[in-house]
Design a binder for this molecule. Structure first.
Ligand code: IMP
Ligand code: MG
Length: 180
């Protein structure tokens, strides 16, 4: 049974599991013998990160977190993004992989990627479960993407609307009357 505010299911638990496994396989191939710092972006990425991280078969993959806030609305970020939590570890001369729930306008990830590069990371790649390229305002590209979607507002599996629906085990399209 879907949540009453969800219009339709976009990805079931099974589909999510399969998609996360496919992404993990690509990351495992790309970083096989390179130490990696995995940086999850709070809070939306946590379910995806927890599932992805357990599928990483790498000798060394440190886990860290960042958080950012923007003055946008509940459905979209704005150009002024503030980093509210920085990584704890030193990323200088390390390969970093950012793990994010969804890449939308690109405002958040462009700031975060620049920040990690300015701290001296030797490489910064982006792994996002969902991508909405039609909404892009900054020239940010993901290196690993689970699924490219239309301009829909989705919730569940960590993704929220006003801090709700993160607990849904599937990803669904939120009914437009909830946010309009
Ligand atoms: P950006 O800075 O516009 O790329 O937005 C990234 C952030 O906006 C994500 O980390 C999400 O928190 C939020 N966001 C964008 N689209 C959606 C969506 O469809 N559902 C839930 N959150 C979204
Ligand atoms: Mg959010």
């Amino acid at each position: 049974m879907l949540h009453k505010d969800v219009f339709e299911e976009l990805m079931s638990e099974e589909e999510l599991n399969k998609t996360v496994s496919e992404i993990a396989e690509r990351i495992n191939n790309d970083y096989r013998s390179r130490p990696l710092v995995v940086v999850g972006i709070l809070k939306g990425s946590i379910m995806f990160l927890a599932d992805l991280y357990r599928k990483l078969d790498l000798d060394e993959c440190q886990l860290d977190f960042m958080a950012a806030s923007s003055y946008g609305s509940s459905v979209s970020s704005s150009g002024s993004v503030n980093i509210t939590k920085d990584v704890d570890c030193n990323v200088r001369e390390r390969d970093v992989l950012i793990v994010e729930d969804i890449l939308d306008t690109g405002n958040t990830l462009s700031i975060i990627k620049e920040h990690l590069l300015s701290k001296g990371a030797s490489s910064v790649r982006i792994c996002t479960l969902f991508d909405k390229p039609s909404r892009r305002k900054k020239p940010v590209k993901a290196d690993y993407t689970g699924r490219t979607i239309e301009d829909l507002f989705i919730v569940g599996y960590g993704l929220d609307y006003s801090e709700r629906y993160r607990n849904l085990p599937y990803v669904g399209v939120l009914r437009s009357e909830i946010y309009s």
